[in-house]
Design a protein around this ligand. Structure first.
Ligand code: ZN
Length: 273
């Protein structure tokens, strides 16, 4: 069997339909999988949620959230029914979907509703979505176009959700971790992510002292990179958007910048049919 090798990852600003995103066009061309990180623009929500809030249960009008999600699905060229989100609980549980039929999707939605912070999707035509406001979005793509999405808050990151996502995807696809691409989306960076000494210590214990500054500011990006490299990911196959959501809270939702009253941007991926 011919094994397709992915191009090295890149992230560029582009429009996906009517939605401004960070995406990898070369990846989409060669492997058929589209990845995207959305921001605040392109939706219909108002006030603190303006405008492309993709998160339910954050106080936004559900009609607006549904329209925003519909727009995103349309931009990906799929039905809103193909969208699979999760009830994110700062854990390390992964939900898997291996078939694109309705029964498989209903089953996955039920599991994801019980609480999950990662999705591993090998079936084509399903649009995976995780929501963020400061936490770290992680997308892992295998040469087959199968992928994993992960939500790395501090608990999930310390719990090695990134490594877990890489390992599970690679086991399912029978590929070496050195073959996958890892995309790290906009999140709160070390400039703004001050934590208590206990949390700082946990990061130092799990990922080495280099991910924590002397004044207890944590680099989630470096922690995630260390985590996936420990799983065997090639450093050249990791790309970091390099955007701090708190510093760029005019373009991305930031929990810390708004004391929690804000929408959620998304990390999304869809494997072509
Ligand atoms: Zn910052």
């Amino acid at each position: 069997m011919e094994v397709l090798s992915l191009p090295y990852p890149q992230l560029e600003e582009d429009m996906l339909g009517t939605i401004p995103v960070l995406t990898d066009n070369a990846l989409a061309r060669t492997s058929g999988v589209r990845v995207a990180f959305t921001g605040q623009k392109g939706g219909v929500s108002e006030g603190a949620f303006r405008s492309l809030n993709l998160g339910g249960h954050v106080g936004d009008d559900p009609v607006c959230v549904a329209e925003n999600r519909r727009r995103v699905a349309e931009a990906f060229g799929v039905s809103p029914k193909a969208l699979l989100g999760a009830n994110q609980v700062h854990g390390t549980e992964l939900v898997e979907v291996h078939a694109a039929d309705e029964a498989a999707l209903v089953e996955a939605l039920r599991s994801a509703e019980d609480g999950a912070d990662g999705l591993v999707i090998t079936a084509p035509g399903i649009l995976g979505l995780l929501c963020f406001a400061d936490c770290t979005p992680i997308i892992v793509v295998a040469p087959s176009g199968s992928y994993a999405l992960a939500h790395g808050g501090w608990r999930g990151t310390v719990g090695h959700i990134a490594r877990k996502a890489v390992e599970r995807l690679c086991a399912l696809e029978a590929v070496d971790p050195s073959e996958v691409n890892v995309y790290v989306g906009p999140h709160i960076r070390q400039c703004c992510f001050e934590v208590g000494p206990d949390v700082a210590q946990q990061f130092a214990d799990e990922f080495g002292a280099a991910v924590v500054s002397e004044d207890n500011r944590v680099s989630l990006a470096e922690a995630v990179k260390a985590d996936v490299q420990a799983a065997g990911v090639d450093a050249r196959r990791i790309i970091d958007a390099g955007i701090c959501t708190r510093c760029a809270s005019d373009r991305y939702y930031s929990y810390r910048a708004t004391e929690g009253r804000c929408g959620r941007h998304g990390a999304l991926a869809c494997k072509g049919v």
